[in-house]
Design a protein around this ligand. Structure first.
Ligand code: PMV
Length: 323
């Protein structure tokens, strides 16, 4: 059996602005999607309990599996001349799909990596990332590519879709914990990105001003994480970024309330993460007081808060196919 796994991610700063070429900083976290690949005598089937269903490769896929079909298509067209061995594929994720922690991206990356190993293609990470991006385009329309990139490489990464220094991986990223506050509200990246696009088309000067401020935040955050580790300053940067996301129209009263709860419970800073309009808020607890702040937040929102750690691990591939 082959096990391919890829981490989930949180965007620390710069979501939405990244779609317009502004650098965004993201970290992988210690939650993962695992894809198990086995050889089978029968036809190829993909089981993905988080998506509540299974897909027989020879049939047309349920809607939630469309991005995987694209990945199979690309692999077949590029490398297999239409011939595909029969595989039994199981996908498990530590979090629910569609919550903003990059489930579709980590599934796309782990599936591509697992297929690459199963088919003895030994693709490098750059190629796996680019194929996973094809899948992400099916899920998200015109994604910036940050989600698949951070889940491929892991660690702390600065990503810009339009600059020559496209992907910057931090050499020795610090370890830190984050609190995730779940709004329990479904969100759609496509809708949130369209909302910002609409504002951009109507009030371009205003939005460009906001993006400029976000860029400064991402650049300062990068320097802080790399060099000085001033966690209070980092918390302030998160707060500032949340205020700018509010101006972009992608926060709402639910998310603002969670941000407020996190701050009054002792977090150094808090903001929505990812597309917004639902999904998660991230909060930075002071070092050594992570559990205390979590408990205080839990008094307000119960089990909708969890503590995660940043992680350095990107895509991992182990095992081999039985013959
Ligand atoms: O799908 P999410 O919640 O991880 O959001 C992705 C981040 C955006 O900047 C909003 C969109 C993008 O393609 O980068």
């Amino acid at each position: 059996m082959i096990e391919a796994s890829a981490p989930h991610k949180v965007i620390l700063t710069g979501e939405h602005a990244v779609v317009y070429g502004v650098p965004s900083v993201a970290t992988s976290i210690n939650l993962r999607t695992r894809v198990e690949v086995r050889r089978t005598e029968k036809t190829t089937v993909i089981h993905a309990p988080p998506l509540s269903t299974r897909w027989v490769l020879s049939k047309s896929p349920p809607k939630e599996f469309e991005f995987m079909r694209r990945i199979f298509q690309v692999m077949q067209d590029r490398y297999l001349a239409g011939i595909m061995p029969n595989l039994d594929i199981h996908i498990h994720s530590d979090v629910e799909p569609g919550c903003g922690l990059g489930t579709s991206a980590s599934t796309a990356v782990a599936l591509t990596g697992g297929l690459s190993k199963a088919l003895k293609l030994n693709l490098d990470k750059q190629t796996i990332n680019s194929i996973a991006y094809e899948g992400e385009k099916i899920t998200h329309g015109t994604p910036s590519g940050i989600d698949n990139t951070i889940t491929t490489y892991g660690g702390v990464l600065s990503y810009s879709s339009e600059r020559s220094e496209h992907i910057k991986l931090m050499e020795d990223p610090p370890e830190f914990s984050l609190l995730l506050l779940d709004s329990k509200k479904d969100r759609s990246t496509k809708k949130a990105v369209a909302k910002v696009r609409n504002l951009y088309n109507r009030r371009r000067k205003l939005v460009e001003g906001i993006f400029k401020e976000i860029q400064e935040i991402s650049e300062t955050l990068w320097a802080e994480l790399q060099n000085s580790h001033d966690w209070e300053r980092i918390g302030q940067l998160l707060n500032k970024n949340h205020a700018l996301l509010q101006q972009l129209g992608v926060s709402n009263s639910l998310l603002d309330e969670l941000v407020e709860i996190a701050r009054t419970s002792g977090a150094l800073g808090a903001k929505l993460t990812g597309a917004g309009l639902g999904g998660y808020v991230i909060a930075l607890p002071p070092r050594g007081r992570e559990k205390l702040v979590k408990e205080r937040i839990a008094q307000e929102i119960g089990d909708r808060v969890s503590l995660v750690d940043s992680s350095r691990d990107g895509l991992e591939l182990v095992g081999q196919l039985d013959h």
